[in-house]
Design a protein around this ligand. Structure first.
Ligand code: SF4
Length: 284
């Protein structure tokens, strides 16, 4: 559904969206980089408000969150669109395209969260929740207003501006944030983003909610122990107990590099464990 967007300003014949650090300046009739926010006659709109492409009751470990309410299930929903263009995206059919979706009003989603058995809350995942902002914010706020103890979880690339992040955090209990590498060139060339805003999101979020971090090790791209060390040191300087999930890459979407070797994964785990208390491997 089309809905008024937050976090923009009007310029001469254009609008400036500052929801994420891309800071798109958008001409009338055009979309921002995320392809879900559009300028129409001086106003900015989001087109994925309440539009759900995927819904499932998942184990919380699948997010992955290993230290937040373990052995429970969480209702997981996603829409379409992303502000990154990762060459290896596993969810490219919803992140880079506009597949069929179903509109679910916020009241209905909250009702489902509350009525579903064996469900601890809601996880906004599958595509990037930060560019689904208005719906995520409205649902999270409404859920918290019910005074039920249900949890709100975000699985995100962390590429969001400070102001919207700080407005959303009071309604968020846990996040898994991707830290895709520790080099800006990698973020730029492989993911279509930038490193420093993601680091800021991790630092800011870790002050107010439970944070776990995932790094996908892509063979031939970011498979260096120096980079793993830099990631682990960065997290250690925030909190040694931040869980780091080191995930193994397999060829997907536009990237055909061979799967990352298990030997490298084991060495990466060993390296990270020198700095962090909670390191685990994924896809191995
Ligand atoms: S949210 Fe979308 S339109 Fe706004 S700055 Fe980011 S990519 Fe651009």
């Amino acid at each position: 559904m089309k809905e008024s967007a937050k976090f923009y300003e009007k310029l001469d014949n254009k609008v400036h969206c500052f929801l994420c650090p891309h800071n798109c300046v958008i001409e009338d009739g055009h979309f921002g980089k995320c392809r879900v926010r559009t300028h129409e006659k001086g106003e900015l709109y989001t087109i994925n408000y309440g539009e759900i492409t995927s819904m499932s009751l998942d184990p919380i470990e699948k997010k992955p969150l290993h230290y937040f309410k373990p052995s429970t299930n969480i209702l997981s929903v996603g829409s379409f669109g992303c502000n990154f263009t990762c060459s290896f995206c596993q969810n490219h059919t919803i992140s880079q395209h506009t597949p069929a979706s179903e509109f679910v009003p916020k009241e209905k989603l909250v009702e489902m969260i509350l009525s579903l058995k064996d469900n601890i809350g809601i996880a906004f995942t599958y595509n990037e929740p930060s560019i689904w902002y208005e719906y995520v914010y409205d649902c999270a706020k409404l859920l918290k207003e019910t005074q039920d103890k249900k949890s709100v979880v975000l699985v995100t690339n962390g590429f969001i501006s400070e102001e919207p992040l700080k407005e959303l955090l009071p309604y968020v209990d846990a996040m898994n944030i991707d830290l895709k590498g520790f080099k800006n060139e990698y973020y730029k060339d492989i993911c279509g983003g930038r490193l420093s805003p993601v680091l800021e999101t991790i630092k800011t979020s870790a002050k107010t909610c439970h944070v776990e971090v995932t790094t996908l090790i892509v063979s031939g791209e970011n498979d260096s122990l120096e980079e793993v060390k830099a990631i682990a040191e960065f997290l250690m300087n925030i909190d040694k107990d931040i869980p780091l999930h080191i995930s193994r890459y397999f060829p997907n979407y536009k990237l055909s590099n061979p799967p990352t070797s298990v030997d490298f994964m084991l060495r990466a785990e060993e390296t990270a464990k020198k700095y962090l208390n909670r390191v685990s491997l994924g896809n191995v």
